[in-house]
Design a protein around this ligand. Structure first.
Ligand code: ALL
Length: 349
């Protein structure tokens, strides 16, 4: 056994060495060393062009399909709106819709359990807004194995990781998060007069829509060379964390005059921190989601702007695409949902 292991080690080491070594060719006179051309990187899968939501005509489903809508957490009203849109559409189509969510933004394991449950309940389709872009893949593969189609909403499952795992998704229905964030951030930076110190509260790091919102913010910042980035940290999409992370940022940088938050929950937390530091009116805050509570803050002036990304449409489109698919229609690989800038001026009485 020891000999076999030793042989295996030698084999692995020599093959590894050969693979990484330049190739030697022997000619009559000399031994020439030719560099091995580097292996070209595998191109990242191109994101498909997002299509408008197709008009599937008058859908008359053959039966009351069982559709499982799986979201992150109902403690964020964003998902209550998504559920409302899905329920209304299910009502119109006579569909048996079940909707569930984990308790916390960060509870991707619980969400994976909900997926497995939907498979055990023999759902006809799963419509999911995943808490993480990679960790849900094993649970979703089980849905593939059970022939249950999966529709991805709101936060994109990482296309590269999905391809490597062999995961098949029917479609992604959601907004262009980078461009949404760029709109809000550009409005904020302009309102700051194009100067001063800005900070960002990010969503959960590594998650597709959080990363894209950061990208959009950075893109906007590139157009304002006189604005300095003071700090950028994650507050995990949560209000309490938004409050504590921004309290600490303010202690470290008391001269921040602008803040972009990747969602309204974190913005609401940051506004609490601003009030506690007695800095109302000194820091402009931009959010994302257009929650009702955020609209109140827009009206009072505590929030400068936010982004409407239509979670009700995501929910409704998710249900409609699932039903259309089950009825044999073709679904585009990506369906777009718009993002709209909502400003104080639009809402002030
Ligand atoms: C994202 C949404 C939101 C939301 C966040 C929190 O996927 O797009 O903006 O606030 O989830 O879970």
């Amino acid at each position: 056994m020891a000999r076999l292991t030793a042989l295996w080690v030698v084999l692995v080491v020599t093959t590894g060495m050969l693979a990484g070594c330049p190739k030697a060719t022997t000619t009559d006179a000399t031994t020439k060393v030719e560099p091995v051309p580097p292996t070209p990187p595998t191109p990242a899968p191109e994101a498909p062009q997002a299509a408008e939501m197709p008009d599937f005509g008058d859908l008359k489903p053959a039966k009351a399909y069982k559709i499982a809508l799986i979201m992150k957490t109902m403690s964020n009203p964003f998902f209550q709106t998504m559920e409302r849109g899905a329920k209304e559409e299910a009502g119109k189509l006579g569909i048996d819709l079940s909707s569930q969510a984990a308790d916390k933004e960060t509870d991707d394991e619980k969400q994976a359990g909900i997926v497995e449950n939907a498979i055990a309940q023999k759902a006809d389709a799963i419509v999911i807004a995943p808490a993480d872009s990679k960790t849900l893949i094993p649970a979703l593969l089980k849905a593939n194995a059970a022939d249950i189609p999966v529709i991805n909403l709101d936060n994109r499952i990482d296309p590269e990781a999905a391809r490597e795992a062999g995961l098949k998704l029917v479609t992604f229905i959601g907004p262009d998060n980078a461009s949404g964030a760029e709109k809000a951030a550009a409005h904020l930076l302009e309102a700051m007069g194009g100067k001063g110190k800005v900070a960002m509260l990010e969503g959960i790091r590594g998650v597709d829509n959080a990363e894209n919102r950061k990208k959009g913010f950075e893109r906007a910042l590139g157009g304002f060379p006189q604005v300095e980035l003071a700090d950028s940290q994650s507050a995990s999409w949560e209000l309490e964390q938004g409050e504590s992370v921004f309290t600490n940022m303010l202690t470290a940088h008391s001269d921040i005059t602008g803040l972009f938050c990747a969602n309204d929950m974190m913005a609401l937390g940051a506004i609490r921190a601003i009030e506690a530091a007695d800095k109302q009116g000194q820091i402009l805050v931009a959010g994302y989601d257009n929650l009702e509570a955020a609209q109140e803050k827009l009206k009072s002036g505590a929030l400068l702007c936010t982004i409407e990304q239509h979670p009700d449409l995501m929910g409704a489109y998710g249900v409609r695409c699932a039903v259309a698919l089950l009825e044999g229609k073709e679904i585009p690989p990506e369906v777009a949902v718009p993002t709209d800038l909502v400003t104080q001026e639009m809402l002030r009485p």
